[in-house]
Design a protein around this ligand. Structure first.
Ligand code: SR1
Ligand code: MG
Length: 423
């Protein structure tokens, strides 16, 4: 029997000794550990990430820590998130082939995943801050979302399989708890770990926290998030969870995966494009970002359009689950009925995604986990001005989500707000 070793965090110094006999890693990068070069590159909020280069290749090793890296060991977090990440990645690869890094090994006890080193990919958020216009992201992300969200739901899966998966991911309690608090509640009161650009935003923050309609809407969205176990979500699909080159896009880091509402991934993702839009003015030291702003709005339109058209295609060709059965519609010659139902489903996703997007914007400016789009704007007055516009935008789309009819209307609002007087 193989002895099960207690969990131990890897380090740059110990990695080669600890993993030198790992079959999968040796096959990928070469077995001569003397030739291995190891770097720790994790810049996320939770985990360790190592790049290991050997004589014949390279790999990424991601290891969970028993606490939140951003905060320290005062905030324990279970290692099992690595288990959920591994199982989410295998499902995403099956449902949207080629959209995630190849997985070579999973060690549950050590909470580590050995995977493909994506190079020369960089984090999408970094590319957008640099002002890079990537031609394929809208298509690639739109397809990824439609395929994973549709194929992980009762629209597609056998109900027995979906229920088994629902039970498996239901145990990802602590990561859901992070989202439930950090995204839906903390931004709207004076929670301990919150921070914002102060004193510039103090007045606006007080206004938002006293805004009854906004707080009610945020809680209605939290209710949907917690109660609507519709599909297997990525769960944390922001621009820091996507790696890109000019021609390739890969989604990473689905450790927050669980069964929730389809609109959550879509809303979180689009919010990150809109935040990038509002942050561009803070990155104009080398010239105007007008073209970049226009590009971002095009990306939003195309992402939503690709999502809708791929989702509709799957609805018409792969609707094999127990919901909206073909026996009730197409099989009776009622194709129109199936289209009417599709319209309802897409409309619900649309309405809810606007709400999720609005509160994602708020939590990145008012909560614990900020994003580099705004944080890298060194001039605090300028940063606060960009953030204030984003906050106002977020409030509008969250509270008015049932009355906004199309993506162009939302984009027009971003332009209007961007052109308003600066605070
Ligand atoms: C304490 S974790 C904070 C955030 O980091 C992750 O990337 C998620 O977005 C989470 O909300
Ligand atoms: Mg992450």
């Amino acid at each position: 029997m193989t002895e099960k070793l207690p969990f131990e965090a890897l380090s740059v110094e110990t990695l080669a000794t600890r993993l030198g006999t790992n079959e999968a890693l040796g096959a990928m990068i070469g077995r001569d550990t003397g030739a291995w070069r190891v770097r720790e590159v994790g810049d996320g909020n939770l985990n360790l990430v190592f790049i290991v280069e050997g004589g014949s290749g390279s790999a990424v090793i991601k290891q969970a820590l028993p606490y939140v890296r951003l905060v320290g060991d005062s905030w324990p977090l279970p290692l099992k998130r690595s288990f959920f990440e591994y199982h989410a990645l295998t499902r995403q690869e099956a449902r949207a082939p080629g959209s995630v890094p190849a997985i070579h090994h999973f060690d549950e006890g050590q909470a580590l995943i050995i995977m493909e080193y994506l190079s020369p990919h960089i984090i999408l958020r970094r590319a957008l801050i640099e002002g890079r216009q990537l031609p394929n992201i809208a298509r690639d992300i739109g397809l990824f979302m439609a395929r994973t969200l549709f194929r992980g739901s009762d629209l597609s899966m056998a109900t027995k399989d979906r229920k088994a998966d629902l039970a498996l991911f239901a145990d990802n309690v602590e990561l859901c708890d992070i989202t439930e608090n950090l995204v839906f509640s903390d931004p709207y009161f004076d929670a301990k770990l919150n921070r914002h650009t102060s004193p510039q935003l103090d007045g606006l923050v007080a206004e938002l926290r006293a805004d009854r309609d906004l707080k009610v809407e945020a809680q209605r969205l939290k209710h949907i998030f917690a109660a609507n176990a519709e599909t297997l979500l990525h769960g944390d699909l922001h621009s820091g969870s996507i790696m890109v080159t000019d021609s390739e896009t890969r989604m990473i880091d689905p450790e927050f995966a669980f069964y929730g509402p389809m609109a959550f991934d879509v809303g979180m993702l689009l919010a990150n494009f809109w935040m990038s839009f509002f942050s561009q003015r803070g990155h104009e030291e080398d010239g105007s970002r007008d073209a970049m702003r226009a590009y971002l709005l095009d990306v939003v339109v195309e992402t939503w359009s690709v999502f809708r058209s791929e989702f509709s295609h799957l609805w018409r060709t792969e609707r094999t689950g127990m919901l909206y059965q073909k026996s009730l519609f197409e099989d009776q010659g009622d194709r129109l009925g199936a289209e009417q139902a599709l319209d309802h489903v897409l409309h619900q996703i649309w309405t809810d995604l606007l709400g999720f997007a609005g509160i994602e914007v708020h939590r990145r400016i008012l909560g614990l986990a900020h994003n580099a789009d705004f944080e890298t704007i060194a001039d605090e007055d300028l940063r606060a001005s960009c953030e204030a516009k984003a906050l106002k935008f977020g409030r509008h789309i969250a509270v008015n989500r049932r009355h906004i009819h199309g993506i162009e209307e939302v984009n027009a609002l971003t332009v209007l707000i961007e052109q308003e007087n600066r605070i």
